[in-house]
Ligand binder design. Structure first.
Ligand code: ATP
Length: 455
């Protein structure tokens, strides 16, 4: 794997994929803005996920719930009391750390802090002289638990203000709409509810580019099923989540499953799929068997019975939930890492190329007139292709330079319009990966490209 975080950040900035947030004001730590190329790639990833888990699913339905929810939702879900991380400050350089991360880093993964209490973590850090990664001193404050939810308030007058939260996950929007979706869609258990949307977490240690940010997008799918069938569906979703990544072009050697050692008290089993990011193996997505905890809690707190009446057996029950959750931005980072390549060409030059799955690439084709004289024809071809896909047009610089620019953003096809095009209505189409060129009539371009970009 050739990508480093530094190379990715530089490429993303230079090529309009991702920019630092609020940059002209000196930035706003750990916020990032997607540029013209990045927004296309991210949208394509979200589209591919939606296609796979909603469109092609037998029985899944989409929702787009409000980010701001009734605060009782977060009491029912347990977030107001237990959505916390163990925070420690370095007394010397005043940087803030997560105790569990310090232990993981110090032991190089040999010690699992997930199974430790706060007291045990403090003792481990003291006994083993775990040092601050910034200043090297081992002098920390005691652990304080820190709630990761962003608070805000609503109401027009000071007195009328009510505390509300920016949602820290999208999942609750699916749970609270269980009855609405089931009834309006006449859905029969087992069925799924999916959502893509923003989530916000006041992370103690955000960073590593878009790996961990305070505002991010999640793609979550809750599968409601009957107790007893949950174990098989859990395995099924592990496979589906893994296959989705393979189909996007991920190398199986860069993916692995990791079971959770410490389960939430309600969870029956949980695992992550980890990816070999430039920072090492880290969580890309999670699959959780959440039992009937979520719906039961919402029944209890809302007073509405979150039950399903089986129309065949007349049995009434609270469904179990298998959750599959993946961050769109984390998937973006994994996709960028996986696609990045540096090839040494015959003339010794280095070609940076992003080998995205064509369905993911921002532009499916770049239209490049060889000379200004072919500009008008090239514009016509661009207009024609733009009716079917996102395309780009470039007439600046040598053709070699223009190819390199497209390689760096992973455009799968470059179409050159040359002198012959004006006479015979054919163009040259260059394949990004093999750099092979073939000649095709303009009239066949749309169907040729369409056949190559399907997901
Ligand atoms: P982590 O252990 O990395 O904090 P988590 O286990 O808290 O993640 P979940 O709550 O299961 O994560 O969230 C589901 C997915 O959302 C994660 O697998 C990840 O892809 C994404 N995600 C979670 N937190 C962030 C974040 N701060 N920034 C970007 N993506 C995130």
């Amino acid at each position: 794997m050739k990508a480093t975080m530094e190379k990715l950040v530089n490429l993303c900035k230079g090529r309009g994929i991702i920019f630092p947030g609020s940059e002209i004001y000196g930035g706003m730590g750990n916020t990032w803005d997607y540029g013209p190329v990045g927004v296309e790639i991210k949208n394509n990833l979200k589209r591919a996920w939606w296609k796979r888990f909603v469109q092609e699913s037998d029985n899944s339905f989409g929702v787009d719930a409000a980010i701001l929810m009734n605060s009782r939702v977060w009491e029912a879900s347990g977030h107001t009391t237990s959505f916390t991380d163990p925070k420690m400050d370095c007394k010397n350089c005043k940087t803030r750390h997560r105790a569990d991360n310090l232990i993981e880093m110090h032991s190089k993964g040999a010690v699992n802090p997930d199974t430790m209490t706060n007291e045990e973590m403090e003792k481990y850090i003291k006994d083993n002289h775990v040092c601050c990664p910034k200043c090297g001193k081992s002098d920390f404050t005691p652990i304080r638990t820190f709630n990761l939810m962003f608070e805000t308030s609503r109401g027009v007058t000071e007195e009328g203000q009510n505390k509300i939260y920016l949602r820290p996950e999208t999942a609750q929007g699916e749970f609270v709409n269980f009855l609405n979706v089931q009834r309006s869609s006449r859905a029969k258990v087992p069925f799924g509810i999916a959502q893509i949307g923003k989530a916000f977490r006041n992370e103690i240690t955000p960073g590593n580019f878009i790996f961990r940010t305070i505002e991010f997008e999640q793609m979550e799918h809750q599968w409601f099923c009957k107790e007893g069938t949950d174990v098989a569906f859990y395995e099924d979703f592990k496979k589906k989540a893994y296959d989705f990544l393979l189909d996007l072009g991920f190398n199986a050697e860069h993916l692995r499953f990791k079971d959770h050692d410490k389960l939430a008290h309600y969870a029956k089993c949980a695992c992550d799929i980890q990816y070999l990011f430039p920072i090492g193996w880290s969580e890309l997505n999670g699959i959780h068997n959440r039992t009937n905890y979520d719906l039961s809690r919402h029944s209890e707190f809302s007073g509405k019975a979150m039950e399903y009446l089986d129309p065949v057996t007349n049995e009434k029950y609270v469904p179990y939930v298998v959750e599959y959750s993946i961050g769109a931005d984390r998937l973006m980072l994994a996709t960028l890492t996986e696609a990045y390549d540096e090839e040494t060409l015959e003339n010794g030059e280095i070609r940076v190329v992003m080998h995205f799955h064509p369905a993911v690439a921002a532009y499916k084709a770049a239209v490049l007139p060889l000379q200004k004289a072919q500009g008008e024809k090239a514009r016509q071809v661009y207009k024609l292709l733009s009716k079917s896909f996102m395309c780009t047009y470039d007439e600046a610089g040598s053709i070699g330079k223009r190819y390199r620019r497209q390689d760096e953003i992973g455009t799968p096809f470059c179409i050159t319009i040359d002198f012959d095009t004006l006479n015979d209505e054919t163009v040259t189409i260059r394949d990004r990966d093999s750099m092979q060129q073939i000649r095709l009539p303009i009239s066949e371009l749309t169907s040729y490209i369409s056949s190559k970009i399907a997901f």
